[in-house]
Design a protein around this ligand. Structure first.
Ligand SMILES: Nc1ncnc2c1ncn2[C@@H]1O[C@H](COP(=O)(O)OP(=O)(O)OP(=O)(O)O)[C@@H](O)[C@H]1O
Length: 255
């Protein structure tokens, strides 16, 4: 469904984007817009192009055809470094540098940008409060952290520079169900509180619906449906949408 244009340019826009890896179409004619301050969940089966979509938005990959616009401007290679400072990117299992403590991971980019130690420490403390992480944990190395703590640190790292947008690639994929549930609550509260543009990739449709009203369902590099959960359930654009929705198990015996 096309989204109405407004006076404010979109945070991100893909126009007729194609990206192939050899014979594999990772993105196949994708046109999407992400409004400033909106939260969108990208869902779809494995290999459907979700991670590639985030990577082209960040300039980590370039489309073979089509255009990416960020805040209304065509994304060019010369702008990529600046873009990465304005967009927090968090991947599954955090992607933290193992040879640095959590604090060292948080400090890396701000230090490179010339922030003072005090400013880095103060920002880390603010974010530890936001993500409910005890400060003592920041002295530990990633291997000494639980999966949930690693994801909290990774999220803090993504937020250190107070980015305009957050791109999250399966941020909770590797966590046990209880920690995942807790972090779903916390992330939702953080999204609501910070009001940033968020695009979050998940395989889990319930998690997608928890985070976002808008879901973009992908398959084989194409957008199959872009809508709300009730659209996917009640007005599926394709039989695959119904299969995808029905593939989520409900618990037998639960109330
Ligand atoms: N660097 C690469 N080289 C070759 N093929 C790639 C590369 N990156 C992705 N692909 C292929 O492109 C397709 C889309 O991959 P992508 O990682 O974007 O999917 P995804 O939906 O994020 O999958 P998952 O949910 O399993 O992470 C897949 O078939 C994948 O194997």
């Amino acid at each position: 469904m096309p989204i109405a244009h407004s006076a404010c340019p979109d945070a991100f826009e893909l126009s007729a984007v194609h990206k192939r890896y050899g014979a594999i179409p990772a993105l196949d004619d994708v046109t999407l817009r992400f409004a400033v301050g909106s939260t969108t969940a990208l869902i779809g089966s494995s290999g459907s192009g979700k991670s590639t979509l985030l990577r082209v938005l960040l300039g980590l990959e370039w489309p073979d055809q089509g255009e990416i616009r960020v805040d209304g401007q065509t994304l060019l290679p010369a702008q990529v470094l600046a873009l990465r400072r304005r967009v927090g990117y968090v991947i599954q299992e955090g992607g933290l540098f193992p040879h640095l403590t959590a604090q060292g991971n948080l400090a890396l980019l701000p230090h490179h940008l010339g922030w003072s130690k005090d400013r880095i420490r103060q920002r880390a403390e603010e974010l530890a409060t936001l993500t409910h992480l005890p400060l003592s944990v920041l002295e530990r190395y990633p291997v000494e952290l639980s999966g949930g703590q690693r994801q909290r640190v990774a999220l803090m790292r993504g937020l250190m520079l107070n980015p305009d947008a957050l791109l999250l690639d399966e941020p909770l994929g590797a966590l046990d169900p209880i920690v995942r549930h807790e972090l779903q609550d916390e992330l939702k509260a953080i999204f609501d509180q910070l009001g940033k543009t968020v695009v979050v990739v998940t395989h889990d449709i319930a998690e997608a619906a928890w985070f976002a009203d808008r879901m973009v369902l992908m398959r084989n590099g194409k957008v199959v449906q872009d809508g709300r959960l009730e659209d996917l359930c009640q007005r599926p654009a394709d039989p695959f949408v119904t299969r995808f929705v029905q593939a989520q198990r409900t618990l037998r015996g639960s109330p």
